[in-house]
Design a protein around this ligand. Structure first.
Ligand SMILES: Cc1ncc(COP(=O)(O)O)c(C=O)c1O
Length: 386
């Protein structure tokens, strides 16, 4: 991508050319319907099966525990709505962290409005960590599900999911545990056996795969009610003709991300270290959370005296792409619910930006980006004072 620096990979990534070729192959040549009994159909079915194997391999689960969806949002919806419906005899209470993605928080809010669920939100500490004890303390007899994201999309905090699951199951093994691993897959190990989770959401477009495709891991034996009914595809859990190009591309993207993970994490850590050192030198800058101890691809930093969205636009004008908070909420000019939950002072929160690395970024880009940010923050502050 000549001439621009794209540091907004937590919003979305450019599709890997190898993935794009697979997607194209599934559109132009292997265009059959996986439900058709003829050879074209069988070939399409084989591509879907291969993708399921690739995702299962990354998660360390059985292939028939992977269900394809239209992305992370649908996977999160399916987990919440599917468990509520299937476990209504136990209750309708859910425990979630206060820093979940809107796919979780909005779903919970709407379900409560419709009196279909009740929920407790657990706040993080000032660094963005959710305490496993606080999760357990929020459990009730009628709790059916705990949902805590593996990696936060705004500040990159890695949550102690394994420990949470252990404590939750020790208290009540009938409670299911879901994790939104949309920002985690390809960045940190996400083997479901190690995490201990029952349900896990993933999305293609955060790891150089296509948009509009993702998956829900559902452990064998977990009760989940289908939310999209029809022809009975995906073992009856998610009807609708499979998005074969998307699914095949997603599978390839996951396989590539796993293959390159060690090399990329090394590179991202170096980039993170360098960028933090350079940005920290800007007067009155505030790094949120503990980036070096967390996800390797995310940095969130606030600059007093500037507005995040103004900074984002000014930087885009110079060819540097970053974001304020999460992509889906950043078009609304509201304050980040994640920084608010971490009790970041509003004056700092409103001047915060998220910088997120992807497969193609380099250390040289970090040097250029830091210079641009330093210059632009100084200009905006000068302007503000006039
Ligand atoms: C943590 C998290 N969960 C869910 C989603 C939604 O995924 P999708 O865009 O595939 O619907 C996102 C995307 O921004 C995310 O960052």
């Amino acid at each position: 991508m000549a001439g621009i620096i794209y540091f907004d990979n937590a919003a979305t990534t450019r599709v890997d050319p190898q993935v794009a070729r697979v997607v194209q192959g599934a559109m132009l040549e292997n265009f059959g319907n996986p439900s058709s009994p003829h050879t074209l159909g069988l070939e399409a079915e084989r591509w879907v099966r291969q993708a399921r194997d690739e995702v299962a391999q990354a998660l360390g689960c059985a292939s028939d525990e992977v269900y394809f969806t239209s992305g992370g949002t649908e996977a999160d919806n399916l987990a919440i709505r599917g468990v509520l419906q299937a476990r209504s005899r136990k209750g309708k209470h859910i425990v979630a962290s206060a820093i979940e993605h809107a796919a979780i928080l909005e779903t919970l809010r709407l379900l409560r409005e419709a009196e279909l669920c009740d929920y407790t939100l657990v706040k993080p500490d000032a660094k963005g960590y959710i305490s496993p004890d606080a999760i357990v303390n929020a459990l009730r007899d009628d709790t059916v599900l705990v949902t805590v994201m593996a990696v936060n999309n705004e500040v990159g905090t890695i949550q102690p999911i394994t420990e949470m699951v252990r404590l939750v199951k020790a208290r009540d093994k009938a409670v299911y545990f879901h994790t939104d691993a949309v920002q985690a897959l390809g960045k940190i190990p996400c083997r479901v056996g190690d995490l201990g989770v029952d349900l896990l959401s993933a999305s293609g477009h955060k790891l150089a795969g296509p948009k509009g495709v993702g998956s829900l891991y559902c452990r064998d034996g977990v009760l989940l009610a289908s939310q999209i009914t029809g022809g009975g595809q995906e073992e009856g859990l998610r009807s609708g003709t499979e998005n074969v190009p998307g699914i095949a591309g997603f599978g390839r993207a996951v396989a590539l991300a796993m293959g390159y993970m060690a090399e990329r994490v090394d590179r991202w850590r170096q980039m993170q270290e360098r960028l933090l050192a350079l940005l920290d030198a800007i007067p009155d800058s505030h790094i949120h959370g503990e980036p070096l101890a967390n996800a390797p691809h995310i940095i969130n930093i606030g600059f007093r005296g500037v507005r995040g969205e103004v900074l984002v636009h000014a930087l885009a004008g110079e060819g540097l792409f970053v974001s304020t908070g999460s992509a889906c909420s950043s078009k609304r000019a509201s304050q980040s619910h994640v920084l608010a939950a971490m009790e970041v002072a509003p004056k700092i929160a409103e001047g915060s930006i998220r910088i997120s690395f992807g497969p193609e970024n380099t250390l040289e880009e970090v040097e250029l980006a830091a210079e641009l940010i330093k210059k632009t923050v100084a200009e905006l502050r000068r302007f503000q004072r006039q």
